[in-house]
Design a protein around this ligand. Structure first.
Ligand SMILES: NC(=O)c1ccc[n+]([C@@H]2O[C@H](COP(=O)([O-])OP(=O)(O)OC[C@H]3O[C@@H](n4cnc5c(N)ncnc54)[C@H](OP(=O)(O)O)[C@@H]3O)[C@@H](O)[C@H]2O)c1
Length: 342
């Protein structure tokens, strides 16, 4: 207690922030809640007081160093990124000298995956281009849920030309971030007939979001169920590309946002050949962070989009939150709120 008092008396507390830190790849027990130096924004950066963050596949992969490409990107033997967290929502505290887009006090949100991560902390610096203005009516907790997953879904739909009400869409892995936001984005684009695939515990939630039919992947393989779709959006590509072709109508488009590295590679290599031999198409989304957030803001303000929140967890509970995400069973987006007592 005396030590903490002394810290406040000499102003040290203002120069440190709380963060979840990572020093080695491995289980969540290796993560630590620590006091780290308060980040200082560069000329093109803003310092954000983080109010909420959400857990993504990036965090699960970064923590474990798996799949292997994570080590190629983030450090072979140990992570170069010390603080996970890519989806953040918060308030601008200070701005770098070249920043023109934001001022102190602005409310912002965004995917900071190309700006060094660091969202699982009470403060983070990010390039101004990595943030968008947050609608005032959007709660921080919901704002943290949206950037990564909503733009993945939106950019997936942008690969599907000629969207319309006559189309039948299936979202595979529908109960996570991309699927729960994706159905709402699909409706805004005029698609009415949407099926969703996930595990049994999420099917009721999917029905309540408006999915017309729901399929339990532990009981039914949708690629063998006899129904064909004009559009498939997959968050969990784990089958041969030929299985997906079976579930597509003759002009159908299969778009994957993620899944097993080997299956994605197969889709990447065979996609062009398949399109030469048939009218079916296979597409892979390479996410452009935050692209499309202005459209998402419009949907939110028109009350056409609402995130499904799992949590919120306290910052100190981030290791459990990451495990909850990675081990499955979460519904929608797993949220960490810095406003909860830590
Ligand atoms: N393209 C890019 O540039 C890019 C960038 C970043 C991330 N990503 C990828 O984008 C995806 C993000 O999706 P997300 O955030 O919505 O993930 P998520 O929240 O984990 O949701 C995935 C859902 O799929 C379910 N699922 C698990 N196994 C399944 C199976 N065999 N069949 C059907 N559903 C299954 C999960 O349920 P359970 O609870 O039962 O496991 C979960 O509800 C990830 O694959 C990620 O790697 C792509």
């Amino acid at each position: 207690m005396e030590a903490i008092k002394a810290k406040f008396e000499n102003g040290e507390a203002d120069r440190t922030v709380k963060a979840i830190t990572l020093s080695r790849y491995g289980p969540s027990s290796l993560l630590r809640l620590e006091e780290v130096p308060k980040p200082i924004p560069g000329d093109d950066e803003i310092l954000i007081r983080v109010r909420a963050a959400s857990v993504n596949d990036w965090d699960w992969g970064l923590m474990r160093g798996k799949p292997f490409y994570i080590r190629l990107l983030c450090g072979l033997r140990k992570p170069k990124i010390r603080i996970p967290g890519v989806d953040v929502a918060g308030e601008v505290e200070t701005v770098g000298r070249n920043v023109t887009k934001f001022r102190p006090g602005d409310e912002v949100y965004g995917d900071i995956s190309e700006s060094g991560f660091g969202g699982f902390a009470t403060y983070v610096c990010a390039h101004e281009s990595a943030l968008a203005p947050k609608p005032r009516t959007m709660p921080f907790i919901e704002a943290a849920a949206i950037p990564h997953a909503a733009t993945l879904a939106l950019q997936g739909f942008q690969k599907m030309e000629d969207l319309g009400a006559r189309h039948k869409l299936l979202i595979n892995g529908a109960g996570g971030g991309v699927g729960t936001l994706g159905i709402q984005i699909a409706r805004s684009l005029g698609i009415e007939d949407v099926d969703g695939v996930d595990s049994e515990s999420k099917l009721e939630m999917l029905r309540s979001l408006g999915f017309n039919n729901v399929i339990d992947y532990t009981k039914t393989d949708f690629t063998r169920a006899g129904k064909q779709y004009d559009l498939i959006l997959d968050t969990r590509t784990n089958r041969s590309v030929f299985d997906y072709l079976r579930a597509l109508t003759p002009n159908g488009i299969y778009v994957t946002v993620g899944g097993s590295t080997a299956r994605l590679l197969q889709a990447f290599l065979l996609g062009p050949l398949i399109h030469r031999l048939s009218k079916k198409r296979i597409q892979i989304v390479a996410l452009k962070p935050n692209q499309g957030l202005d459209y998402i803001n419009e949907l939110f303000e028109a009350e056409k989009l609402k995130a499904v929140i799992d949590g919120p967890y306290k910052l100190s509970e981030a290791p459990q939150a990451i495990d909850h995400f990675g081990n499955g069973g979460h519904k929608g987006k797993v949220i960490i709120s810095m406003d909860q007592e830590n």
